[in-house]
Design a protein around this ligand. Structure first.
Ligand SMILES: [Ca+2]
Length: 255
């Protein structure tokens, strides 16, 4: 459990849970674990960040990524790690991307095993500057994913400007994809566009066998969601990994 003092009078307790992104073309092996911030009793990220003063948000966010790295290291998780970072934080000199890379280096974790999921809930004021920071980080073999693609501001302009290695289709696009031909057509178009620059696609929030089957038919092999595994704390992740993999295999074995 991490405890971070914020502001002058308060502190915030948090921990990290990990949810696998599975490769359904490889018997459901884990492609990466996404690190997700949680409260001490399993509260969601919004609850945790709701306790953090706005002025401390970037520093706290960086502390969360450090905690995710050190916890994964302590529990012997050696798969790729996918870390959430806001587009604004990437460029922050003190609490941004490079602070996280320094932590990874101190732990002996390889930069090319790290994926940064760019989240953005506000417009990006200077996308060219962001692109320069991302290009520089790619020199260290770091990979970037565009999070929640199809929701909010994570849209076509970012895709075209930043050319991420991975995009994560928002669960709003995935939900009931099996019964909605418009969603299927949109996803086909995204797959076509991404294939022109070698961008991988992850479907987020996959919950049913029917969604899984339709996404597979469309050609998506990387998936994340309750159908495969819920976010788990590192300790229980190790203890239940057999069950996680069993669920993945059953899902993959379906049509
Ligand atoms: Ca994410």
């Amino acid at each position: 459990m991490g405890v971070v003092e914020v502001g002058t009078t308060s502190e915030v307790e948090f921990t990290t849970a990990y949810q696998p992104i599975v490769d359904t073309s490889a018997n459901g092996t884990v492609f990466a674990y996404e690190a997700l911030i949680r409260g001490p009793n399993g509260e969601g990220a919004d609850w945790v960040f709701g306790n953090v003063p706005v002025a401390d948000a970037l520093a706290f966010d960086e502390r969360c990524r450090s905690h995710a790295l050190s916890t994964a290291f302590a529990f012997g998780i050696r798969e790729r790690l996918s870390l959430n970072i806001s587009a604004r934080a990437i460029c922050h000199r003190r609490h941004g991307l490079y602070a996280t890379l320094r932590t990874a280096s101190q732990l002996g974790l390889r930069a090319d095993d790290l994926i940064f999921e760019m989240t953005e809930h506000d417009p990006i004021p200077d996308i060219e500057k962001l692109g320069r920071w991302i290009s520089a980080a790619r020199g260290r073999k770091v990979k970037f994913a565009m999070d929640d693609f199809g929701a909010g501001y994570a849209g076509l302009n970012m895709l075209l400007s930043l050319r991420p290695e991975i995009i994560k289709l928002d669960m709003a696009l995935v939900r009931n994809v099996n019964t909605d031909r418009t969603r299927q057509a949109l996803i086909k178009g995204i797959i076509d566009a991404c294939s022109t620059f070698g961008c991988l696609i992850v479907a987020e929030g996959v919950e049913t066998q029917d969604e899984f089957s339709t996404l597979s038919m469309l050609g998506i092999t990387l998936m994340q969601g309750y159908l495969f595994a819920r976010p788990e704390l590192a300790r229980s992740l190790i203890a239940t990994s057999g069950l996680v993999f069993k669920a993945e295999r059953e899902a993959v074995a379906s049509p």
